[in-house]
Design a protein around this ligand. Sequence first.
Ligand SMILES: Cc1ncc(COP(=O)(O)O)c(C=O)c1O
Length: 453
Amino acid sequence: MLDQKSLSALREAVKKLDDGFAALPAFESKAPSSERLAEVLNATAGRLQDNYPYFHPLYAGQMLKPPHPVARLAYALAMWINPNNHALDGGRATSAMEKEAVAEIAGMFGWKNFLGHLCGGGTMANLEALWVAGQLRPAKKILASAQAHYTHGRISGVLQLPFESVACDALGRMDLNALANRLERGDVGTVVVTMGTTATGSVDPMPEILTMRAKHGFRIHADAAYGGYFVLARNLEKHTSQAFAQIGEADSIVIDPHKHGLQPYGCGCVLFRDPGVGRLYKHDSPYTYFSSSELHLGEISLECSRPGAAAAALWATQKLLPLRKGGEFACGLELGRKAALALFEKLQADERFVTAFAPELDIVVFVPRAGSAGEASALSRKIFEAAAKRDLHMAVAELPIVFWENNLGTMKRDRETLTCLRSVLMKPEQFDWLPRIWELLSASAKDVLRARN
Ligand SMILES: Cc1ncc(COP(=O)(O)O)c(C=O)c1O
């Protein structure tokens, strides 16, 4: 089930890496005995078996998928060196690889002259973007939608910047009237525009928010941690593709290679349109930056030590799968979206289920039809459990009932939220697996709904 064929390429690459250091005097490394090593490694494998099968198409729950084999191997290969991309002193080759790979990501948004780097993930990347925003608009409000990731409220707390949430519309996007009203009251420094919310993949209306920026002069930070790569997809609806077409007009962008970019965890990316914000990072270090007068990534990053291996993995992945519209990588995203649309259609056509709005990216949310919102919520949890017993792994989310408003019919609205089933179809293979996913979901719902009657 797990890829093992690619391991032989790693042996060859380690040999090639070793050749690069052949001129050094030989030394005996303190490696443990191979028996003991194997024993502990097998024990580790045993412990790791206690996981949901994130790599399998039947894992259709949270935003989780395995890295591409080339990312896994390049990361492992770099571990023989363990470079540190804080400074060129610690990660010469991988700092160069990071700059190249990040420039390719910025290129997707049409940026050539920018400032950016990798970091630990979406939280760290957003922290940095809001830290810069807070310095440029001191003490002004940060706004993000009610469906934006909770990290923005927490980060604003850490940065001691005032934060306010803006209501969402029935499609899970920032409500433009609510935003306009809030802007009229003044004092807004930055609007976080979420390009793919965590719960439903909804994309905030970037073009209209850009128009409001022209009037009010706030900064726009695009949180594209989840959705950013969809800028390459050709099968988006009009609203979504228009929003992505203008993402390059934001002041800063966050995108997570460790979500849709096929990377191991520990790989986020923050980008600034104006490279001049680099001055805000200015600091002296008595210990680092000695080996070269060239830019060290630590001079433009809040984190100090960072895995150069993450840069090697990203660089290798983008060499194999360039970030091009119509390329293999982009087609993979399109397939996940096709799978989500196909699941949505099946759910819509089946009277046992109530769908919310159509997926904007590759995330589908739905509930079983029931007499009341409370009952539907309880049944969602039961279907989630019944599906897991059949090895189909979905997720559960608590979302505003207005997302379902058009389809609820006579269902009693006895709660403001619905506990729903949520499926993130991030893996291209899931398109071919959809009949099987549907069969298992349908059978699980049948059991749960029969037991209710
Ligand atoms: C839109 C969005 N922003 C930020 C984050 C936080 O990212 P991370 O979990 O990589 O810290 C997430 C995580 O799901 C997200 O979906």
